[in-house]
Design a protein around this ligand. Structure first.
Ligand code: PLP
Length: 365
């Protein structure tokens, strides 16, 4: 062991040393269908107007720490209930970190159903909290009885419920969500990253409970590069969490771009509508590809599917060899054996994916 390694081993907190770093694939020239990005470069026809707006930003000044221009636009655009407050983050990932810093930490428990979003565990563990995963049921829905039991047993400080869930794609039963919020003493965060693609939202009910927050993001509707997440709930919760937010967490260019985007909501809505159209086509065509054994229902901009036993690595690699990058879920969780996840792309990208998948499965199976 070198002297540097010895110092690292002595001083980096054990919870951090025990973590595996979050892996992000390098796409190279491949068609990128791995990360739930919108396939359309925004803002398209609005580019000139957007650049003009950017010219008015004074980057020599710190950004507005209160995001006074952006917040009312988001309030309107997202349909935030009267009386709820907003907290903005550098992506919703940062808001999850902020919640765990303020509410979780050493000696406390963070809970989520699983398989779910990888960051719930990673962030909980590096803040020093214990992470408890409650298995989802056979269809990847909430197992209400098991989750209720776990809430009683662990009294979690924070419970994350992703509706719809990533990486499984399905929505949760909102009556079950309400029951869990009502039963929990700790905070329950309903993570609605995919709300624009979903049939339902818990946002209208967020103020009904003394312990509920709803999380949204602009990432899955074409603005992943901006890093803008929104946490919504009772002012009393938001006021406390605000103390842990770094004052300038959201840059001026991101604030101005997000404001511009929300002012041109119809452009974002058009992209969402295109994705929904392509999703419907993939829901039809993906199960018909020989070798695709199961496709789960989706309320998101991605589809999770299963290929023949033992073939997921080869299929993933075969697709990449044919210029298509998707996400390999196989190996990430016992319930995701032989599973892959594809983000809905442009029509020609989806065609390329379906073709490449058929070719690959014909070889692999
Ligand atoms: C993508 C995703 C996020 C993170 O979104 P950012 O705002 O880009 O940080 C949060 N939760 C779930 C469930 C997601 O799938």
């Amino acid at each position: 062991m070198t002297e540097v390694e010895a110092r690292v081993a002595r001083w980096v907190r054990p919870q951090v040393q025990a973590l595996e770093a979050y892996q992000v694939a390098e796409p190279g020239k491949a068609i990128k269908l791995d990360a739930m990005e919108s396939p359309w470069a925004w803002p398209g026809a609005l580019e000139e107007a957007w650049l003009e707006r950017m010219r008015s930003v004074s980057v020599n000044r710190y950004p507005d720490p209160a995001a006074r221009r952006l917040k009312p636009l988001l309030r309107e655009g997202l349909g935030v209930p009267e009386g709820a407050e907003l907290l903005l983050g550098n992506g919703s990932d940062e808001l999850i970190q902020l919640i765990d810093l303020a509410v979780a930490g050493s000696g406390r428990t963070v809970m989520a159903p699983g398989p779910s979003f990888a960051m719930y565990r990673i962030i909980a563990e590096y803040t020093g909290a214990e992470y408890v995963e409650v298995p989802l049921d056979a269809e990847f829905g909430l197992d209400l009885a098991a989750t209720r039991e776990a809430v009683s047993a662990y009294n979690p400080a924070v419970t994350y419920l992703a509706h719809p869930n990533n990486p499984t794609g399905n929505g949760l039963d909102l009556d079950a969500v309400a029951e869990l919020v009502a039963q929990s003493d700790g905070l329950v965060v309903v993570d609605e990253a995919y709300a624009p693609y979903a049939d339902s939202s818990f946002l209208p009910r967020v103020l009904e409970f003394p312990n509920c927050l709803v999380l949204r993001t602009l990432s899955k509707v074409g603005l992943a590069g901006l890093r803008v997440g929104v946490l919504i709930g009772h002012p009393a919760w938001i006021d406390q969490l605000e103390k842990c937010r770094l004052p300038y967490n959201l840059g001026s260019l991101a604030q101005a771009s997000a404001a511009f985007a929300v002012e041109h909501q119809e452009a974002l809505d058009r992209c969402v509508a295109h994705v929904l159209g392509e999703r419907a086509r993939l829901v039809e065509e993906l199960p018909a590809v020989p070798g695709v054994e199961q496709v789960w229902p989706t309320q998101t901009n991605f589809l999770t599917f299963r290929v023949p036993q033992g073939s997921a690595d080869a299929v993933h690699r075969g697709l990449l060899d044919r210029g298509v990058l998707i996400k390999r879920l196989h190996g990430s969780h016992p319930r995701l054996e032989d599973c892959l996840r594809v983000t809905v792309g442009r029509p020609e990208e989806n065609n390329r994916f379906l073709e490449a998948l058929a070719e690959t499965l014909a070889v692999a199976a």
